[in-house]
Design a binder for this molecule. Structure first.
Ligand code: PLP
Length: 396
């Protein structure tokens, strides 16, 4: 199987790198391979790549380049933000507020922090997956040191009211971290407007290389270093910089940022087209997540009386890549915590499939997927005793 005969609808798991992005990385492997920390000119070429990237990311987020710290991706950025802020502010308090729909990188870091005496409040979300602001306000205590709410969810695409959350955090003098891994370079994010103190980004979610990302840290934030060693990243995250990784992530961000409006418009159009056709042409289906306040390319549907994993396998046989939950839990048979949090039963959660589109998908591809999907769902329902029983009762 190669890229040519695959219809890729799993862009929340990872994205394709454009040829231009790969080419932008190439010189820094074998031509300009100097260490960015070296003092001679050859090393400075690498340092310039790192610095230029910081400027590009700062422009996109509306912050200063000195506030961008390179990491190995979203998981590291989340770990650093939470552990760094918790231990950096432990003298002020031990209470952290987050949500029940965070990615495992946030969720499991919070679980880990519990072992060190931190108290975690897990906020519920409404049936669309949106945090209730009054509940957030009520959860705040004297000793609350950090609020962590993702910008957009990786499974159901729901976009949180981060401007309002940031305002609440600021009013109470609490740090606000947001996992923007699914949002950065997919929708506009402004750290000033949204009062964000810490923001996690992963390069492979917007056309950059894997194993690369950054953490935005607002100047003056009392967060402790992530990695001890040399003086790289202002002694906050030691380790020789990944120069090709930065070059690729920068190129991908520039392309995405330049084309953001068009990409958002196109993906939204394709998403709405596909969603509408599924909901009208396949009975007993439901859209999970908010109808409009969702990432442009995200579709998450429950197909009653169908096992999502089996459906995924049938689509896979036709070269169609979709997902039943987040990539990290794709092989985990427990129902998705996100779908449970929005009120789905175990059965409905297991019958859900996520399709995440990109601007490279065409309407012809979507039409083909729809035909395969309709036939597969019908076949699975014919074999489902529950479905046959339901239809029998309806006929009587
Ligand atoms: N946060 C969110 C919301 C994600 O979707 C992901 C990846 O799926 C991560 C964090 C982890 O990012 P990475 O794969 O770069 O470690």
């Amino acid at each position: 199987m190669n890229e040519k005969n695959v219809i890729y609808l799993d862009n929340a798991a990872t994205t394709r790198m454009r040829r231009e992005t790969v080419l932008a990385m190439e010189p820094y492997f074998s031509e300009y391979y100097g260490n960015p920390s070296s003092s001679y000119e050859f090393g400075m070429i690498s340092e310039q790549v790192m610095d230029y990237g910081r400027k590009v990311f700062a422009d996109i987020l509306n912050c200063s380049p000195e506030e961008i710290y390179y990491t190995s991706g979203g998981t590291e950025s989340d770990n650093w933000a939470l552990n760094g802020a918790a231990f950096g502010r432990a003298h002020r308090g031990n209470h952290i507020i987050t949500t029940k729909i965070e990615h495992p990188a946030v969720k499991n870091t919070c679980e880990h922090l519990k072992q060190f005496g931190f108290e975690i409040t897990w906020l519920d979300v409404d049936r669309n997956g949106i945090v209730r602001l009054d509940e957030l306000e009520r959860a705040i205590k004297e000793d609350t040191i950090l609020i962590s709410v993702m910008t957009a969810n990786n499974e159901i695409g729901t976009i949180q009211p981060i401007e309002k959350i940031g305002r609440i955090a600021q009013t109470h003098g609490i740090l606000f971290h947001t996992d923007a891994v699914q949002a950065f370079c997919h929708i506009p994010v402004d750290v000033q407007k949204s009062g964000i103190d810490l923001l996690s980004v992963s390069s492979h979610k917007f056309g950059g290389p894997k194993g690369m990302g950054f953490l935005y840290i607002r100047r003056g934030c009392d967060i402790i270093p992530f990695m001890n060693g040399g003086h790289q990243e202002k002694s906050m995250r030691a380790g020789t910089g990944n120069v090709p990784g930065v070059a690729g992530m920068t190129k991908a961000a520039e392309y995405a940022w330049e084309n953001l409006d068009n990409m958002m418009r196109y993906e939204t159009m394709l998403r709405n087209y596909m969603t509408r056709r599924i909901l009208t042409e396949i009975p007993f289906t439901r859209l999970n997540g908010h109808e409009t306040r969702r990432l442009p390319g995200n579709i998450n549907i429950s197909f009653d009386y169908v096992d999502g994993g089996t459906l995924l396998g049938m689509l896979d046989m036709k070269g169609i890549c979709v997902s039943t939950g987040s990539a990290c839990s794709a092989k985990n048979s427990a129902p998705s915590a996100v779908l449970k949090a929005i009120g789905l039963s175990d059965d409905m959660a297991h019958s859900s499939v996520r399709m995440t589109l990109s601007a490279s998908n065409t309407r012809e591809e979507i039409d083909f997927v729809l035909e395969v999907l309709k036939a597969a769902v019908q076949e699975l329902r014919q074999k489902s005793s529950g479905f046959q029983e339901k239809m029998g009762r309806k006929r009587k």
